[in-house]
Structure formats: structure tokens, C-alpha cells
Design a protein around this ligand. Structure first.
Ligand code: ZN
Length: 432
């Protein structure tokens, strides 16, 4: 197993904390020199107010709305002449968020992505098929920069074209692929139609998956069917793109590259820091980004600190749990809060259930109704629907309508999977 930047990745925590403080002060200095508007957002706080890392909690949060309002470059901290590229996150509606990169930012992105690929065991001898798109979405280029640094052979096919994806996997000796976490399900589906057996017909051994919340059951299914080891990679447009962290071969939490990113966990309701082991919202401060440094950025991702001990792989960075959900994905039905991933875990624990499902919530006569549309080869088996309902009842405390539908009948979406349709007006309960 290779560590790409051993000095940084195995740095003793005391030295790491010292470096984080210096880089934080440097970043705040940069903001003060470059952008008075950003300083106003920080209520004038700057490097002078940061004597220790704990002082960071005095700073206000930065939200997605703040970044949208700053479109296109209002919070940028480098002159536009120094920008060399940009990526964009569109979200579901409204104004996009643009992340500009300086040349140093692109090098930083390449470094962290090379670390991630190396952590997944990808090296110069591998053939990496990049299935996220090359465009405004950050996925394609992130993997491209990382693999270039490692001199790994790249197949830059981008999104879609599943039959060509499979053909390349079979004929070009692809050993590793990168994808949005639900895309392997599409590949598995098309492979079944074509009679392709991943274990028999390809050299695949590694899948690097991210950009969506995916359950452990989903992970197990993908690994078993494709004969691969999968790695959960995190990162978003705002933080530079994919590559802020990844789980190593120990699969004991996601390493976050702490010499580039300072991570805090807060209670999303009280906004107060929470102790290790408790679930909360991940808040990120960038320590080395130039064009768009982030100070206390609320990611909306819900996770927890799993460990700050040295990992068996030798890396010293803290490890987070795999993300449970995005804060805004939480559903409230009949007064019960839950995340789609919890329902996915229950559904996929039934071997008769296919890989696709849709959670539909609506309101009938003033009462919430939850319907699970579940693909299966056993549509005529009423006992299956009953077993699923029982399990969901154990999870949520109320009964649901289980609709068994044939494999392939639910809509397939390009890009990220759509798993939830909330047909209620505002997504919450009506007042009693
Ligand atoms: Zn590790």
C-alpha cells in the first residue's frame, strides 16, 4: 500500500495542529488583503483574533446561500487574472455556486486526489475509467488531475454511455473506475442484459464512489456483483471538488486531509460544537485554498468523528463516519424523522429486492402517506410486501404501502439517482 505524501499524511498530530493554526492565520490574512466584503461577512475578525484553533468558533458560519448570493466571484480572494479554471454546482434550483481555481488551487486539488487514489490502491500500473462527467461538475476533472499525478492510465469516458463503459472495461483492461455512487447499479443492470459477468470478463478490482449518500447494503451489493473493493470519497465543488477525504483499505472511517481542511462537527439545531462520536453537521474551513477560501462552511452533511487515533494504515488524520445524509434530505413523516438511507438499508437487506426503489410521500385527507415503490423479480409475492412493511414498521413505527414493481419499471435518471419524491406542499407536517 502506498501513501502518496507520507510526510503530510503521517504527520504527528501535534505538528499537524501547529501547521493548521499557521495555515488558518495565513488564509485569514489573505482574505483581509484581498476582499473587504469577505472581511465584513467575518464581522471584521481576522488573523489577530486567532491565537489557537479553538478561537475559530468565534467566527460566523458561511452557508450555501452566502455562496449563491456571492455569484459569481464576490467572495473570491484572488484577482480574476489569476484564475485558471472554475467548476460549478447547480443544486436543484436557483443560482449556481461557482468555485474558481488559481494554478496553486489546481495543484492542491491534484495532490489531494492523488492521495485519495493511492489510498484506494490505485497506481501507475492501473487503468482508471472515469465515469463522472467532464464539465462543470467537479468529478471528472478531479479524478483526471489525481490520476495524472500518479501517471495512471486514464480512460476519460465521462458520464453515461453504459454499453461503451462496459465494452472498455472488458476490452481495455480497466482495473479501477470512479463513479457517482449509484452509477454502478446502472452498469450492473446493463451488464446483466448483455450477459457480461464482471468477475469473469473484466480485470476490475477497485471502485471509487461518492457524490451521493449510499448505504452499507448498497455497498455490499455493488462489491459482490462487480468483484471489487469500493472506497467512499468525499468532497464538493465548494471545497475544491472531490478529494477532501476517502476511506483507506482498513475501511475504518474516512480520512480527511487535515493539513488542507479543518473539520468541525456542530449540532445543526443549536449551532454549537459537539463532542467526538456524536452525529452532527460537518463544517469545513479550507487552509490552503486561494481563489475561494472557506471559513466555517456548513456542508449540510451529517456525520460524526469516528477516531483521532493513528489508523492501522499509518495515516494520522482524523476519521469521519460515512455520511448518514444531507441535513436537508431528512424526511419527516407522521412526526417521525428519518433518512432515506435508513429505508434503503432495510429494503436491500431483502435479497428478493432489486437495486432500485422510490420513496413517495404525499398527504391524503390531511394525513401523511408513505409509499415504497420497490423493484423486484417477485412482484406476485404478497408475502414479500408484508415482510418489507414489517421491517419498515420496526424502523419507523408506522405502516407503509409497499408497491412491488417489475425490474426496470422505475424511471432511471442521468447523473445522481432520485430516490425520494415528496409530493406534500412544504415537506413538513401540517399544524395539528
Ligand atoms: Zn487508514
Amino acid at each position: 500500500m502506498t501513501i502518496y505524501q507520507p510526510n503530510a499524511e503521517t504527520m504527528p498530530r501535534e505538528a499537524l495542529a501547529k501547521q493548521q493554526l499557521e495555515k488558518l492565520q495565513f488564509t485569514l490574512q489573505r482574505i483581509h488583503e484581498q476582499n473587504p466584503g469577505y472581511v465584513a461577512h467575518l464581522h471584521g475578525l481576522g488573523p489577530a483574533e486567532v491565537k489557537s484553533l479553538a478561537d475559530l468558533t468565534r467566527f460566523p458560519f458561511l452557508t450555501k446561500e452566502d455562496l449563491r448570493r456571492a455569484y459569481p466571484f464576490d467572495l473570491a480572494c484572488a484577482p480574476q487574472s489569476e484564475f485558471v479554471r472554475m467548476q460549478m454546482s447547480s443544486g436543484t434550483t436557483g443560482t449556481p455556486i461557482i468555485c474558481p481555481h488559481t494554478a496553486a488551487d489546481v495543484r492542491q486539488w491534484g495532490d489531494i486526489m492523488a492521495r485519495c487514489l493511492a489510498a484506494a490502491g490505485v497506481g501507475p500500473a492501473d487503468v482508471l475509467q472515469i465515469t463522472p462527467s467532464f464539465g462543470l461538475f467537479n468529478g471528472g476533472f478531479g479524478f483526471h488531475y489525481g490520476a495524472s499525478a500518479l501517471q495512471t492510465m486514464i480512460i476519460p469516458i465521462g458520464a453515461g454511455r453504459s454499453r461503451l463503459q462496459l465494452r472498455f472495461m472488458r476490452e481495455l483492461g480497466t482495473t479501477a473506475f470512479a463513479a457517482i455512487a449509484s452509477y454502478p447499479l446502472r452498469l450492473i443492470e446493463v451488464a446483466a442484459e448483455e450477459g457480461l459477468d464482471f468477475r469473469r470478463d473484466t480485470n476490475l478490482r477497485v471502485g471509487i464512489l461518492g457524490a451521493e449518500i449510499w448505504s452499507d447494503e448498497m455497498r455490499r451489493r455493488i462489491e459482490n456483483t462487480m468483484g471489487i473493493e469500493s472506497f467512499d470519497i468525499i468532497g464538493m465543488t465548494e471545497t475544491a471538488g472531490v478529494g477532501m477525504g476517502i476511506d483507506c483499505p482498513e475501511h475504518d472511517g474516512i480520512h480527511i486531509w487535515e493539513d488542507h481542511y479543518l473539520a468541525e462537527l456542530i449540532d445543526p439545531d443549536s449551532d454549537q460544537p459537539i463532542e467526538d462520536g456524536k452525529w452532527g453537521e460537518l463544517v469545513v474551513t479550507t487552509l490552503t485554498r486561494e481563489a475561494l477560501p472557506l471559513v466555517r462552511y456548513r456542508t449540510r452533511d451529517i456525520t460524526r468523528v469516528r477516531s483521532r487515533e493513528v489508523c492501522r494504515c499509518g495515516r494520522t488524520s482524523m476519521r469521519l463516519d460515512r455520511f448518514a445524509c444531507r441535513n436537508d434530505e431528512m424526511l419527516k413523516v407522521k412526526g417521525t424523522n428519518f433518512y432515506p438511507k435508513q429505508v434503503e438499508n432495510v429494503l436491500l437487506s431483502h435479497p428478493e429486492v432489486g437495486n432500485d426503489y422510490l420513496i413517495e410521500v404525499d398527504r391524503v385527507a390531511g394525513a401523511d402517506r408513505l409509499r415504497l415503490n420497490v423493484e423486484t423479480r417477485h412482484v406476485e409475492d404478497p408475502a414479500l410486501a408484508g415482510r418489507i412493511d414489517d421491517d419498515i414498521y420496526n424502523l419507523l413505527g408506522f405502516h407503509v404501502e409497499v408497491q412491488l414493481v417489475p425490474i426496470g419499471s422505475l424511471p432511471r435518471n442521468p447523473g445522481k439517482a432520485v430516490r425520494v419524491k415528496d409530493l406534500r406542499v412544504d415537506g413538513t407536517d401540517l399544524p395539528a
